[in-house]
Design a protein around this ligand. Structure first.
Ligand code: FAD
Ligand code: FES
Ligand code: FES
Length: 1317
């Protein structure tokens, strides 16, 4: 662009505010997943030259929040610039792929960019730096372990190699060659020797013209003019002040991490922006004897570096404020945001959740302001933070810097916070506190307390502090302080963010932590006065933070490939995902990466804002008048069925949930479509009843289907002969799929015969075809669905793409133009719903020795407003609810409730992860009643020999027993349990807990025809083979396994075989890719096709046994042998008779066990996962790398489900959690500090190569974390004299944990009166 004045060619609302739309269209690597800076999928590297230091600064940013104009003079490196399969792949890309760090690959380019940027700054990073660099990148598939491991291969001292080995293996590294099989245990999934070396000197140089530009002494003001907005970059400080005088209302844009989201999500508009980013005068550190002044332009990452330097230089007593800031800087957002956000921006934007402002205020920081009028200083104090007008900046003022004084010997400063997730999550409550003492005493001279996230601004507890001045730092003071602060800081019952009791408890719990910490410091300096009410038990003040750069151990699989297996046969080997390299280079094409199609239109949705209402009016006139809008599509435009099988495509006459699609707007750009969608006016009239919860549905008798019931023995009779009976209820909340690629559809109407082509990521193409055909009223043979890959699915892409496919096809049909329909993250979360919340009620009869004699269980799930898969989910829950336990008199009933919520759907595990928590809960309750451990009760009641399930299917639990036993033994459960008890005795405020859960899981469907599959295999004349089958690639490595199958069956190398995509024109009527059976059934079909071909080739081979494959193929062709065939698998023979409650419902069972250990901080409810051991019965794994990836990924997803993932609805049925800011999936810091996965060998002759489907089973094993938390909380409660059994619902969020660890603080909150003002 021409320096000086640049005019942007076109401008869409908000487009200046994201680099993403400006990336050249054919660069597919930078992904878009959330648009709010919260997921890292769009990470790119920005490099800038600093003319002052003459250094180049590389840093990661999230492209979705980087204003394009802010990049003037910067070099941007996207994943394409790092490496490509067309040129050369970079070691970062290669290692991420080869370490199996990609599954669906949607997060992979972002991961590559985060590691790559780190390496540009630190060619030999430490393990801690790797995890820190990845903290802002979400991955929903892998569970992070392999990603971290790939990064660690760059660490300086080839980081402790034993980490590669499971702690059960006693062999040292030198004894272990890379072979897949040694002794009995195999531990490696890749060969490090294959990695290309990393040579940092080979990286591209920084463009010299940018250096020249940066050093140009004649720089001028830059102005970028768009249609609605103007962006101005001042040339120097005077220019900035001039601009600020001329445009006092214009925001100063620095990192854009506060302004950007406001524009995007809160419709903020500014005609002028002033961006002094890079202005030298704002970047400096000035250290004096009293303190340090830091330029407002410093990013939070630079602030972090500067503070680290200062604390290394200064004596400890002077650096208490800096230490407090550093602690919070570590967890504030991810590395990308920390590199974008600036100190000035943070201080001025004053978010109510700010992690830094409370500490700065407590540390008596001041703000240096400048304007044309001159300079002045204002205190960064309570009045400033509470936004008192008289304490504010004037509109023409700019923050030049922030001054932070050193602390002193008698001055203590601390920062405290608690968030749903340890890192990259806004605090639920945070605080900055400081106290100054009269020299040599414990008399308070000055006390300051600031709290964040307790109101619309950060607030100061100034009255409390004043009243406590002059008091001794003792327990009486603390007791009064708690009362006073609770009176002063009032959170109204209907406060935004909810959790009122919890947040009030945190206010005083954090104060107590501060008290303890100061007390500990004081004790070393002065004789303190009375100890009384609350003895300062050790450990209370320390946060429950995970060790950075966690030690991650790994996996063992008891699988040895037969030494006589031909070397080219890949079955049983840890073959890399077929698309892994393309994932990491960003060249793997997802639907949104398909280049624009001529005439295409973008679709935006208008969704219902009422849970149950009559539609009185839909006024589209204003929307239709807007530029670029082609049409508005409503129910009227559906030529066929608009209500097909109970699923409504466009709402008609009435709406039945918030989030239901009422109409869509088609326009030339997405921005235009979205703008217009906001202008569609809908008038509603609320209808009764509005049913949101399961309880309300029960009241109204509102169900989606009839009861499903299964029963054995005589339950009523048995209850009469037991020692004890307990009854209870368990609530398990729902879960959002949070696949990284949101639902995306490209629907292209064809010229002829009403044909329609759809490209989409789905798990069930046949379903899409069916719904589109129904909506358009045309036969299915006119509709072609193509799925190359989906960026994660987890059940969320089984039924919903059919609905969304129909919605887009109707739009394509009406407009006659291709439709690109990409759901924004918020819309995706709102419309597509997720896992069913569940209510389980149990009545259990048992003997005092722990033997359970009778169980009567009732289940209800919240199905939402339409049938979807809810009935089937309930069937699965009922069929599998006994889990691993034999209860002779057993009755289980269940019904899906119909409510006015978006319709819940399939989700990995299909009801099992919710349902079985109830079984584990009552087992734990029985244990508590019998004074036994849960493990003892589990052992006593577990199936021990070949038996029949409750639905009368015969099975042999031997692998279950083995997994259970080994899990207990190899995890040293008993010894660690004792150690945890010892730990608990010594720590009042921290508790450790352990739990082991066994699992009997099922694969496949209770109906044979659902288990069928087909394949189509072509051999071409050069010998290359094209395999197609009905399964979809969702990241689970299905295509990779199918290539392994074809390679073995045809006896040719994998490189001969290609698998391009799944589509309905090659393999019709395919069943869903779900239920852990993708590889099972499609593998059989591919095997069948290959065997047919191999049989056809036999005569040719016999004639020329020494011939090559290519020779046989050309000979076969010459002999007119058909080189193409379909393969077919009829399906496993399964059946279920619900009338009798009997049937061989499942082809086979998968067994497993998992042991987890956690440490809980009773004062905040935070926990850390110390260790997990998983034993999974894999029979013979076709690809151990893929299977271990599935187990680990599912475990971490399960762990998230049971602990931190929390969907929040209003009582009116409005979903609040619509993005990564308010829905927290695990990040790299949540995974176990030590993680061992073992594949246990068994037999499964029914399945291909005696393998087992492992896609879902790991999910439930995540509940070992829930029950370990339960164990820890129970220990806390026992110590507090609460021995009664309690129910811990799921998820065990920090709120739930804290409020269950009842103590004097929770008591105080419950009794404290409302504040008088
Ligand atoms: C994904 C994500 C996660 C986050 N997580 C956390 C977290 O965990 N904890 C936390 O505390 N914060 C968090 N934040 C908030 C973040 O810290 C702030 O958004 C950030 O510090 C603002 O800085 P900025 O440079 O981006 O400001 P900008 O958005 O550029 O500007 C913000 C405001 O400050 C004004 N301004 C900027 N610089 C100056 C100046 N020099 N003089 C006068 N006015 C100025 C602007 O006019 C504007 O009004 C998160 C943000 C995101 C996007
Ligand atoms: S898309 Fe940019 S961070 Fe999620
Ligand atoms: S591989 Fe990370 S999101 Fe799928």
């Amino acid at each position: 662009a021409e320096p000086g004045k640049v005019k942007l060619p076109s401008e869409q609302p908000g487009s200046l505010f994201s680099l993403t739309p400006f990336l050249p269209v054919h660069l597919t690597g930078t992904k878009y997943s959330c648009g709010s800076g919260g997921c890292g999928a769009c990470t790119v590297m920005v490099s800038r030259y600093d003319p002052k230091t003459k250094k180049i600064h590389h840093y990661p940013v999230t492209a979705c929040l980087v204003p394009i104009c802010s990049l003037y003079g910067a070099a941007v490196t996207t994943v394409e610039g790092v490496g490509s399969i067309k040129t050369r792949i970079h070691p970062v890309q290669e290692r991420l792929a080869k370490c199996h760090g990609t599954q669906c690959g949607f997060c992979s380019p972002g991961m590559v960019m985060s590691i790559y940027t780190l390496l540009r700054n630190h060619p030999e990073p430490t393990p801690e730096q790797i995890t820190e660099a990845l903290g802002g990148n979400l991955c929903r598939c892998t569970g992070y372990r392999p990603i971290v491991e790939s990064g660690k291969t760059f660490c300086a001292v080839s980081y402790d190699k034993k980490y590669f080995f499971n702690s059960y293996t006693s062999l040292s590294i030198s004894e272990v060659p890379f072979v897949f099989c040694f002794v009995e245990m195999c531990t490696k999934l890749y060969n490090e020797d294959e990695f290309q070396p990393f040579d940092p000197s080979q990286e591209p140089i920084f463009p010299p013209e940018l250096i020249r530009m940066a050093e140009d002494p004649n720089k001028r003001r830059l102005t970028f003019r768009g249609k609605r907005t103007t962006w101005i970059t001042p040339v120097n400080l005077n220019d900035l002040l001039e601009l600020k005088t001329n445009f006092p209302e214009a925001p100063i844009i620095m990192g854009n991490t506060a302004v950007g989201p406001s524009i995007k999500f809160r419709d903020e508009f500014h005609p002028v922006f002033i961006s002094p980013l890079g202005l030298q005068e704002l970047y400096f550190v000035d250290s004096t004897d009293d303190g340090v002044t830091i330029g407002a332009g410093y990013s939070l990452a630079q602030l972090n570096d500067a503070l680290h330097f200062i604390v290394s230089e200064q004596p400890k007593e002077k650096t208490k404020t800096y230490h407090a800031l550093l602690k919070h800087l570590r967890t504030l957002a991810g590395a990308q945001i920390r590199n974008m956000a600036t100190l000035g921006g943070h201080v001025v934007s004053r978010p109510n959740f700010s992690d830094l402002n409370p500490i700065l205020a407590a540390g008596n920081a001041t703000i240096n302001l400048i304007s044309k009028e001159g300079k002045r200083q204002i205190p960064l104090d309570g009045r400033f933070l509470e936004k008192s007008p008289e304490a504010n900046l004037k509109s023409e003022e700019t923050v030049l810097s922030v001054y932070i004084p050193h602390s002193t010997r008698w001055h203590f400063v601390s920062g405290l916070r608690i968030a749903q997730r340890q890192e990259n999550a806004f605090a639920m409550v945070n605080a900055g506190m400081s106290v100054k003492f009269e020299d040599g005493t414990d008399t308070i001279k000055e006390l300051q307390m600031f709290y964040g996230s307790v109101g619309p601004t950060v607030v100061s507890a100034s009255k409390t502090c004043q009243q406590l001045t002059g008091r001794y730092w003792n327990d009486q003071m603390l007791s009064d302080a708690c009362q006073l602060v609770l009176d002063e800081i009032y959170i109204p019952p209907d406060a935004e963010g909810g959790m009122v009791e919890y947040r009030r408890t945190l206010i005083i719990s954090l104060l107590f932590k501060f008290y303890l910490k100061v007390r500990r410091g004081l004790n070393k300096m002065v004789r303190t006065t009375s100890l009384g009410l609350w003895a300062p038990w050790p450990s209370g003040h320390e946060p429950c933070l995970r060790t950075a750069g966690n030690k991650i151990t790994c996996f063992v699989h008891e699988q040895c490939v037969d030494p006589y297996q031909p070397p080219q046969d890949p079955v049983g080997h840890p073959v890399m995902h077929q698309s892994a390299i393309k994932h990491t280079t960003g060249e793997a094409v997802f639907v949104d990466d398909i280049p624009p199609i001529s005439q295409e239109l973008f679709l935006a949705v208008v969704t219902s804002t009422r849970a149950h209402a009559k539609i009185i009016l839909i006024d589209t006139s204003e929307a239709l008048a807007l530029p670029g809008v082609a049409d508005v599509i409503t129910a009227e435009d559906v030529p066929g069925d608009n209500n097909y099988q109970g699923e409504i495509f466009y709402a008609q006459n009435e709406v039945i949930c918030v989030g239901q699609i009422v109409c869509t707007v088609a326009a030339d750009t997405y921005a235009h479509a979205k703008e217009a969608a906001k202008k569609v006016r809908i008038v509603y009239e609320d209808l009764e009843p509005r049913i949101i919860t399961i309880e309300q549905a029960l009241e109204h008798n509102s169900f989606l289907s009839a009861e499903k019931k299964i029963e054995q023995g005589n339950v009523e009779q048995a209850f009469k002969h037991v020692d004890q009976i307990i009854e209870g209820e368990v609530h398990v909340e729902g879960q959002e799929h949070f696949y990284m690629e949101t639902q995306t559809i490209l629907a292209i109407p064809q010229e002829e015969d009403k044909e329609m082509v759809l490209h989409l990521g789905t798990q069930f193409q046949t379903h899409v075809q069916e719904y589109v055909a129904a909506a358009l009223n045309i036969p299915r043979n006119r509709i072609a669905c193509h799925t190359k890959r989906a960026g994660g699915a987890f059940g969320g892409k089984v039924s919903k793409p059919a609905l969304l496919g129909a919605v887009s096809a109707v739009a394509a049909n009406k407009t006659g133009r291709p439709i690109r329909f990409i759901l924004e993250r918020g819309d995706d979360m709102l419309i597509t719903a997720g896992r069913h919340p569940l209510l389980g009620k149990y009545k259990i009869g048992f003997m005092n020795n722990g033997v359970i004699k009778a169980a009567d269980i009732e289940y209800y799930i919240n199905g939402g407003c339409t049938p979807d898969e809810s009935e089937l989910v309930m069937e699965f829950i009922v069929l599998r609810c006994e889990n691993a336990y034999y209860i002779p008199n057993f009755r289980c009933r269940g019904r899906p409730c119909k409510t006015n919520l978006p319709s819940n759907t399939a989700f990995r595990g299909f009801g099992f992860p919710q349902g079985i928590v109830v079984s584990e809960a009552y087992i734990t309750a029985v244990a508590s009643q019998c004074n036994l451990t849960p493990e003892q009760v589990k052992e006593i009641n577990m199936y021990k020999r070949t038996s029949r399930t409750v639905h009368k299917q015969i099975f042999n639990p031997e692998p279950l027993r083995r997994c259970w036993k080994e899990c207990l033994e190899k995890s040293s459960f008993s010894a660690r349990k004792l150690a945890a008890e010892e730990f608990n005795k010594k720590n009042y405020w921290k508790k450790r807990g352990l739990a082991v859960v066994p699992m009997k899981f099922t694969v496949g469907m209770p109906t044979t025809f659902y288990n069928q599959a087909a394949a189509l295999v072509h051999i071409y004349l050069d010998g290359s083979v094209l395999v197609s089958h009905g399964g979809c690639e969702l990241g689970q490595g299905l295509h990779t396994k199918m290539i392994q199958v074809a390679s073995r069956e045809l006896n040719i190398p994998e490189s001969y075989i290609h698998l391009s995509e799944t589509n309905t024109t090659t393999v019709p009527n395919a069943t869903f890719t779900a239920g852990s059976m993708g590889a099972d059934i499609n593998g059989k079909a591919v095997q069948n096709a290959c065997q047919i071909l191999k049989a056809r080739l036999q005569p040719v081979i016999r004639k020329n046994p020494k011939g090559t494959w290519e020779e046989w193929i050309s000979e076969a062709y010459e002999e007119s042998i058909n080189l193409s065939t379909t393969g077919y698998f009829k399906g496993y023979q399964t059946n279920m008779d619900w009338k009798k409650g009997e049937g061989d419902a499942f082809p086979y069972f998968v067994y497993g066990a998992s042991c987890s250990e956690v440490e809980v901080d009773c004062l905040t409810g935070a926990h850390k996962l110390l260790r997990t051991d998983i034993f999974m019965d894999a029979a013979f794994s076709i690809n151990p790398a893929v299977d271990i990836g599935q187990i680990e990924g599912a475990f971490v997803q399960g762990m998230g489900f049971y602990t931190i993932e929390e969907l929040k609805y209003s009582p009116e049925g409005v979903l609040y959690s619509r993005g990564p800011d308010d829905y927290k999936i695990p990040t790299v810091t949540e995974i176990p500090e030590e993680f061992n996965v073992t594949l246990v060998r068994s037999q499964n002759p029914i399945a291909i190569y005696s393998s087992k489907g492992l896609g879902e089973a790991g999910m439930f094993l995540g509940s070992s974390v829930l029950f370990a938390i339960y164990d820890a909380v129970a220990a806390a409660r026992r110590e507090r004299g609460l021995t009664k059994t309690f129910t811990l619902s799921s998820p065990a969020t920090p709120e739930l944990i804290r409020m269950t660890c009842v103590d004097q603080f929770t008591d105080m909150v419950r009794v404290v009166r409302r504040a008088p003002y």
